[in-house]
Design a protein around this ligand. Structure first.
Ligand SMILES: [Zn+2]
Length: 215
């Protein structure tokens, strides 16, 4: 492994996080949610570092060596590898919420189509679905779950600012879509984050079906 670790991070800790990120990537890739090397995945390692996928690798074949260390500004630590172009969106989550420890970003067909369809409204408003209860903090189908859709850009600070603006307005945020691109979601551990991602994929698919069937 060409990843050198700071003295404060035990090798076993980084290896455990890297393995968990790589396993999640392989499983989500098998579902067809990471086409053509897209998508990126990370876990917090400590207060100042995260383990994240190296840019451009086939997500269906990821192993420990495809995961690298970054600081909370998204800069590589102890390696020449290049992190995903979207690393700043991951580290933003870790900076804003000390309790959040995993971030998943995928580009499934359902997520991509939903992001285009709901871009004009600026959000997907979910209500009346039992599976909303899969999102931590939601205890009834009667709750309203808003997933914002932000415009796509290759300039990450713009997206970071849009996420900050949404949060600074005091609105709850468990996930967001990027127009024509995909979804970001997070959680306290990998299992919770996976549950959020799977629930949102399902709910977006249901919303698309409803529109198709009632057209
Ligand atoms: Zn992406």
């Amino acid at each position: 492994m060409s990843q050198a670790l700071p003295e404060t991070i035990p090798t076993a800790l980084f290896a455990e996080r890297a393995d968990a990120v790589a396993a999640a990537a392989r499983e989500l890739s098998a579902l067809g949610w990471t086409p053509a090397t897209s998508s990126n995945f990370s876990m917090r390692v400590d207060a100042d570092h995260a383990a994240i996928t190296i840019s451009g690798r086939d997500k269906g074949r990821l192993g420990r060596d495809d995961i690298m260390l970054v600081d909370m500004q998204g800069k590589a630590v102890g390696t020449d590898a290049r992190p995903s172009a979207e690393t700043e969106l991951h580290t933003q989550v870790y900076r804003r919420w000390p309790q959040m420890n995993a971030v998943l970003h995928t580009h499934s067909r359902t997520q991509s189509v939903a992001s285009r369809l709901f871009a004009k409204a600026g959000m997907v408003r979910l209500q009346g679905w039992e599976l909303q209860k899969a999102i931590t903090g939601y205890t009834t189908h009667e709750s309203v779950l808003e997933i914002p859709v932000f415009p796509n850009t290759q300039h990450m600070p713009e997206l970071v600012a849009r996420v900050d603006a949404w949060l600074d307005a005091g609105k709850p945020l468990h996930a967001y879509l990027i127009d024509g691109h995909g979804i970001y979601t997070w959680g306290r551990d990998m299992a919770e984050t996976r549950r959020h991602l799977e629930a949102l994929e399902f709910l977006l698919g249901c919303e698309l079906d409803l529109r198709r069937l009632s057209a």
